[in-house]
Every structure is written in C-alpha cells, then in structure tokens.
Ligand binder design. Sequence first.
Ligand code: TYD
Length: 136
Amino acid sequence: MNIKNCKIVNLPKIQDPRGNLTFIEGGNHVPFDIKRVYYLYDVPGGAERGGHAHKELSQLIVAMSGSFDVLLDDGAQKIKFHLNRSYNGLYVCPMIWRELDNFSSGSVCMVLASNYYDESDYYRIYNDFIKDLKKK
Ligand code: TYD
C-alpha cells in the first residue's frame, strides 16, 4: 500500500458554548467498520510506541488530548504527522510502518481499528516488512 492512501481526516465538529462534540462513523468517516478501539495514556516523557506495521489492519489515530508525532513509512517514503486536534484523525492503511513519539504530558492517543487484536497481523521486525513489500 502506498503512503499516499494515508491522510488526515477532518472529523465533524459540532461547536457549542457548552463544549464541542465530534463523532466518527464506521464506513463513513473511516473507510472500514470499527471493530476495536484502544488508547494509549500515561505515556512517560520520551517514550516511543508503535514500531510495527500491519498486514491487513486499517486504523484511524486520534489525539484525544495533548499531542504526539506519528511517522509513517511505506518502505519508499516517510511522512511525519503532528497530531494535536481531537477533530482530526490520521487514517493509516495496511502495510505501513508507524512510529509514535514526542507525546506531550497527559496526552491520549485513541486508535480505531478495522479488526480485533491479532498478533499474526503484525510485522514487528522492519526487515520482515520490507522483504514482504518487495514480494508484492
Ligand atoms: P502494541 O500494538 O505493540 O502497542 P503500540 O503499537 O501502541 O506501541 O501492543 C502492546 C501490547 O499490548 C502487546 O503485548 C499486545 C497488546 N495489545 C492487546 O492485547 N490488544 C490490543 O488491542 C493492542 C493494540 C495491543
């Protein structure tokens, strides 16, 4: 998959003096049915997350609070995104290596995923990911 398929999705934002509201609909704002939600929180300063790619999984990454960087790599090109708005999501298609770092204090990273957790869907070794990309 090409990194050009990955992009920032502008999510709906209902502005209200009582507080803003954003919603995400599977199949509408993200091009998949949402099967799983997980979130990273209490991330210590300087920590790095990710460091893997997925064979089939599609995801939307949202900075629910605070900010962090996401580096995407399709084996040919790398793009760094800074996420800091809870009404923006980063869509990540399958076969993209990702690294997350530069988490601000108190940040929360929510991830919507197209499937349940499955360790066999992961590439955790960069060279294995690159080798399989070359086979395709
Ligand atoms: P991992 O996906 O490597 O975390 P990150 O990409 O955010 O750095 O997962 C870390 C651990 O948590 C690993 O042992 C697998 C487990 N895990 C689950 O059990 N279920 C899940 O939905 C996720 C995302 C991870």
